[in-house]
Design a protein around this ligand. Sequence first.
Ligand code: NDP
Length: 448
Amino acid sequence: MNEYMTRVMEIVKKRNEGETEFIQSVEEVFKSLEVVIDAHPEYEKASLLERIVEPERVIHFRVPWIDDEGKVQVNRGYRVQFNNAIGPYKGGLRFQHNVYLGIMKFLAFEQTFKNSLTGLPIGGAKGGSDFDPTGKSDFEIMRFCQSFMTELYRHIGADIDVPAGDIGVGAREIGFLYGQYKRITGQYESGVITGKGISYGGSFVRPEATGYGAVYYVNEVLRHFGEEIEGKTFAISGYGNVAWGVASKVAQLGGKVVTLSDMTGYVYDEEGVTTQEKIDYMLELRANTSSTIKDYADKFGVPFFPGEKPWGVKVDIAMPCATQNEVTMEDAKKIVDAGIKFYAEVSNMSTDNKALEYLQNNCLAVCPSKAVNAGGVAVSALEMTQDSIRYSWTAEKVDKKLHQIMVNIYNESVRAAEAYGLGYDLVAGANIAGFEKVANAMMAYGIV
Ligand code: NDP
């Protein structure tokens, strides 16, 4: 990092003390940007980096709700509107016990560059709550979502900020959230939230989009090396929405996912998660808040490895699909020792920065989350378009657009890294390409 960037990084560390994920994500992006900042001295004069690391707005609110025993519970709600230089704020809502401001800020910062990479006009945001849906009844989840939206509704809008799902927020929660928004405002403003059900303004292929998009991206990487998905084996983590989309598309293209996991351990399915029954069972497991991945092992008679992660398994491609920092240096070494040549992050910031560097030095290709998982938000933006024209495209049409967007993201990342003399560096390329567009727009607006 050059002197200017080091100075800004010091400010980030001081201002955001204790928010380790946010500091980590700024460091990761900055590492790629030195060549760009060196080539644009006007950015320092305009304090562009100082502005780009500061969220435009942080909303922090109380979420009181009543549980099934009639007891009042109180959670914390957040919405971080990070950057709207190129479009309305856009990013998911996460309901998970460990949510705090640092996680919201890192996700919103990442989202800014990811959304830019899609080539679509969307800014970056993220929100959520430390509410833990595990073991909660449908009515508890509904009451929580209604209370959450009772505050959030005043901060969002189709041209202002458009939330969506993330960990712990799927179709059921989006339904409850939008239902409450509609009730409070008295308007059918379907473009205010994405991930909706098909019967009320959702887009075909949105549930699958992040996983499908990730596999389309990996397909481009393999093509670069003269390879293809057919016949390849994949180790993935998680068994949630994203993992389901990955397993399903890999199976369609003739590959096989052989591991799934959660916090309790992983399963190894040598035959692969390839049949419709297994893929549908993943959805069943996710919908049931008291299931664990061991249920998959019990149902299909495959081994379960308690307390372990799937990263020592010998496969062709590793794709973490669960959560941030799930791949540490120890895991990265196992991946390299297993002879895995291709590594693609699907969960946001799956890898800690040291492990990422190690993988970059030892794998043929390392693909960063902000490019690989951008298909989800890209289809969300397509959902916004369909809402605004009051029309619904077919699944085939949306899938085709998603595929093209992922090819474009890959090509843009390759181009950006090459343009700055960095060679085939997909991590730097994604950061640079995402940054360029946001930086150009911010410079055009003057000091705002
Ligand atoms: P889900 O809640 O559907 O699934 C998350 C999965 O990860 C679950 O199987 C969960 O298991 C597991 N998991 C969570 N925490 C841990 C942990 N600490 N260790 C091991 N496993 C864990 O979320 P999504 O699939 O939607 O999201 C997964 C990742 O992808 C997140 O990083 C998210 O931000 C990112 N992403 C998602 C997009 C989307 O469209 N959904 C778009 C772009 C990125 P359990 O339920 O048992 O905790």
